[in-house]
Write a protein that binds this ligand. Structure first.
Ligand code: GLY
Ligand code: MN
Ligand code: MN
Length: 441
């Protein structure tokens, strides 16, 4: 694997340099300076929150644990890494730089954060400085110029071959751990124990994962971001929704699967229908697909399932138009993914920071761009039985067209979501997630 990464890295770096050249020209700056970030402390405490490196920093090199470090790029020069390795016996000192990327950087080791100043450009007025407010040295307050940031964010949607290789690995790590979690569900484990099985298999700490695992048995999966972990197993675990990913050198996978217990074939039937629909949406991850249109299409297909399985007694069209489909599918079809699980610039119309509006009434959609090769998006349709939204529906005239007996029988299953990470190519979509599951067999 590291041979492949070593082979792909120079082109990745060349792409980042080209983007940085263009971004600096747009903003009228001479240098791009990126802070890795610094620890943030809990209120009135000396405990830091888990460190999260700036995504703009980890785009350049596979280093995610380098608080106090900086990256400097000046067009025409080798990029410089100012790397903080404190003399510190309290904490683990970041590893010495090593690996395929090192030869591409001019590296300055510093022992104290303030020593960075000597290695940063002299005239900070000529610098686009990307960073958080707490990452600043006195003379290097981040200015995060919108012309530069918008340009870099827009182009982050287009993954290099190196990034796609990283994301394939993140997908394989996640898929392997999903298998372990499914086994734990099938043997009657609690949410807490299923999560432990996942963590053991993915071999990452919770802080290293790209997002907090959602491990939900029965009606808990009706809470879209359920992150409790019940210690005791339920008397009957009839359904299981798991939304959990993995990280590889800062790149994310984001995977959801839903399972029915053997004694719940009626729920399996609904899962199978959503699964078939999901595969159909994946097929449409093609050059030129308007993602907002795909999201609306998903509403129609999911509404058709609700009608075919007799949850609603109305046409798919009227279910979508009246908002009934949104009661059962109340989130977006997906989002860009890469260095962040919800990658930036999902609404970007262009490099300048203009945006493409969401379709009216679809406030939770995170992606409105037209798909192009090298974009990676999730496809994550769902159908849920959410008490709060169903109670609101009951008060509306459309209530008469709902088969409440059937809906009520499904409430304890919570809901279904099936989520894959899919790369748009010049031809057929590449389903990173399903390829990863297939590679386990
Ligand atoms: N796991 C977060 C999401 O699916 O967007
Ligand atoms: Mn997602
Ligand atoms: Mn997810």
């Amino acid at each position: 694997m590291s041979d492949l990464l070593a082979q792909l890295y120079p082109d990745h770096l060349a792409t980042l340099k080209q983007r940085a050249d263009a971004a600096l020209a747009r903003g009228g700056f001479d240098h791009l300076v990126i802070a890795a970030g610094a620890a943030r402390y809990q209120f009135l405490d000396d405990r830091p929150y888990p460190f999260a490196v700036s995504p703009q920093f980890k785009a350049w090199l596979p280093v995610t644990k380098a608080p106090g470090s900086w990256l400097v790029y000046t067009p025409g020069n080798k990029p410089r890494l100012v790397y903080l390795q404190p003399h510190d016996y309290w904490h683990v000192v970041p590893d010495a730089p090593a690996g395929y990327w090192v030869e591409h950087f001019d590296i300055a080791i510093i022992r104290k954060p303030e020593e960075a100043l000597a290695h940063l450009p002299k005239d900070n007025a000529r610098c686009a400085v990307i960073g958080e407010d707490n990452a600043a040295l006195e003379a290097f307050v981040p200015n995060n110029p919108p012309a530069v940031v918008n340009y870099l964010h827009y182009h982050r949607a287009y993954k290099t071959d190196y990034e796609l290789a990283m994301m394939r690995v993140a997908s394989r790590l996640g898929a392997r751990a999903h298998r372990a979690a499914e086994d734990a569900f099938r043997t009657g484990k609690s949410e807490y124990d299923i999560n432990t099985a996942y963590l053991n298999a993915v071999h990452e700490t919770e802080n290293e994962l790209p997002y907090s695992n959602i491990i939900a048995l029965n009606q808990h999966s009706a809470v879209l971001h359920y992150t409790e972990l019940n210690r005791a197993p339920p008397a009957h675990a009839d359904s299981f929704l798991i939304d959990a990913g993995a990280s590889f050198h800062g790149y994310a996978s984001d995977i959801t699967r839903t399972y029915a217990a053997k004694q719940a074939p009626e729920f399996q039937e609904l899962i199978d229908a959503v699964d078939t629909a999901q595969r159909g949406f994946v097929e449409k991850v093609k050059k030129g697909t308007d993602y907002a249109d795909l999201h609306i299409h998903a509403h129609h297909v999911l509404a058709g399932i609700l009608r075919d399985q007799d949850f609603v007694r109305m046409s798919a069209e009227s279910a979508v138009e009246s908002g009934v489909s949104g009661v059962f599918f109340p989130h977006g079809l997906g989002h860009l993914i890469g260095l962040q699980v919800h990658d930036v610039a999902g609404f970007a119309r262009n490099e300048a920071g203009d945006t493409i509006a969401k379709p009216a009434g679809h406030t939770y959609l995170r992606l409105t761009r037209t798909l192009e090769p090298r974009m990676v998006t999730t496809i994550e349709p769902g159908l849920y039985f959410i008490d709060m939204l169903l109670a609101q529906l009951k008060a509306r005239p459309e209530s008469q067209s709902i088969n409440w007996d059937k809906v009520d029988k499904f409430r304890h299953f919570g809901g279904i979501r099936i989520e894959d990470d899919v790369a748009c190519t010049d031809g057929a979509p590449e389903n990173l997630t399903r390829d990863a599951f297939a590679s386990l067999n």
